[in-house]
Ligand binder design. Sequence first.
Ligand code: C2G
Length: 133
Amino acid sequence: MAAIRRVITFGTYDVFHFGHVRLLERARTYGDHLIVGVSTDALNFSKKGVYPTFSGAERIAIVSALRCVDEVFFEESLELKRAYVERYRADVLVMGDDWAGRFDFCSDLCDVVYLPRTEGISSTEVKQKIRGS
Ligand code: C2G
């Protein structure tokens, strides 16, 4: 029997939208088991200086409810990518191409794939649209 191919991806998934679900659905097609690292509130604050609109507990609950997602965990540090790939025995790491090249340092551990982002949608744009309505 062929071994299960494990796919890992990372993200904030704040104000969850169509671009997020498309990324996750496409990531899942690279294997049989999709593992998603959802960034913690503290990691977001350290990266962007603001907290996400939805809490880590809410964001991870939304992501884990998706049919294409098999396993979730909190991503606590950007510096732990290699440790997460090893801990979750990932065969493929998938990210949107806004991160193109930035995960290549994991390519000795697993395949690294960047998928085209969905155009015309982002959490920031959704928030602006709602504010303007
Ligand atoms: N994405 C996409 N199309 C969009 C918006 C996002 O394909 N219109 C993808 C991103 O490229 C990423 C995933 O959806 O692969 C999650 O996006 P974000 O929640 O914006 O994640 P980010 O804040 O970039 O966090 O360690 C990496 C970070 O945790 C990634």
